[in-house]
Ligand binder design. Structure first.
Ligand SMILES: [Zn+2]
Length: 248
């Protein structure tokens, strides 16, 4: 069986294959993660040489060869090369973390169109982000990723006893276990990291909002960091292994 497919795609990873070719990992809208080979992409005359590069987004022309059970990237019309990711280390490492998460979760079988649209918007926003909002964008990406994967935790109830978590409660803030489970003060130990009330409120506030408007909602840097730690803990628990780009 052969199949031709033309679809929006985002390059997550590139490996040289032999001297002339490249193996790609691409998030393809409606298909999830595909690993096509870009024949001749290392050659000087190939148009894929400049287009089949990490974090480029565009329209991929793909061909599936059933006999070889492999995808080939025939051409790739780049629409956004996200130059801003290569100009700033913070942005670059954030992009690398997102790519690693998408690769290790295989690009979500469930709703790959929603995942593609969210990731595509996140990479574009990251490419032009300022130091003031890129951390919130990172947090927004992680939160929406968990939502699309169907594993978003409840930020309003204790994961142990189910009690509603208070905002500004006298007993203290919520904390999370080493596996990411969020618990209220009645169920937690003081050695576990705190998730500030503001962080929980922010995550609730951005639910249902697109990323571009979500990042405009302010949040104190300490709460951003704590919430980022919480979500990365959850993701690493789901993956059952640490993320390389986070635990450098
Ligand atoms: Zn509890």
């Amino acid at each position: 069986m052969t199949r031709n497919l033309k679809s929006p795609a985002l390059v997550l990873k590139v490996n040289p294959v032999g001297e002339n070719h490249r193996g790609l990992s691409m998030l393809v809208r409606g298909e999830g993660l595909l690993r096509p080979l870009a024949y001749g992409a290392q050659g000087k005359r190939s148009t894929l040489r400049a287009s089949a590069l990490p974090y480029n987004r565009g329209i991929a022309d793909l061909h599936f060869d059933g006999a070889k059970n492999s995808w080939r990237l025939v051409s790739f019309d780049v629409q956004d090369s996200h130059e801003g990711l290569r100009e700033d280390l913070d942005r670059f490492y954030t992009a690398a973390t997102w790519a690693e998460i998408l690769l290790k979760t295989h690009g979500a079988g469930g709703d790959s169109a929603a995942l593609f649209d969210m990731a595509s918007s996140a990479f574009s926003l990251l490419s032009v982000s300022t130091s003031g909002n890129f951390k919130r964008l990172h947090l927004g990406f992680l939160w929406k990723f968990l939502e699309i994967e169907g594993v978003q935790p409840d930020p309003e109830h204790c994961g142990q006893c189910g009690r509603a978590l208070q905002i500004g409660g006298a007993e203290g803030p919520a904390r999370f276990l080493p596996n990411g489970l969020l618990v209220g003060p009645e169920c937690s130990e003081s050695r576990w990291p705190v998730l500030p009330d503001g962080g929980r409120r922010w995550l609730r506030a951005i639910s249902g909002k697109p990323l571009d408007s979500a990042v405009k909602i302010g949040l104190a840097p300490a709460a951003v960091n704590a919430a980022e730690n919480w979500l990365l803990t959850i993701i690493q628990t789901l993956l059952e292994r640490p993320l390389r780009s986070v635990n450098k």
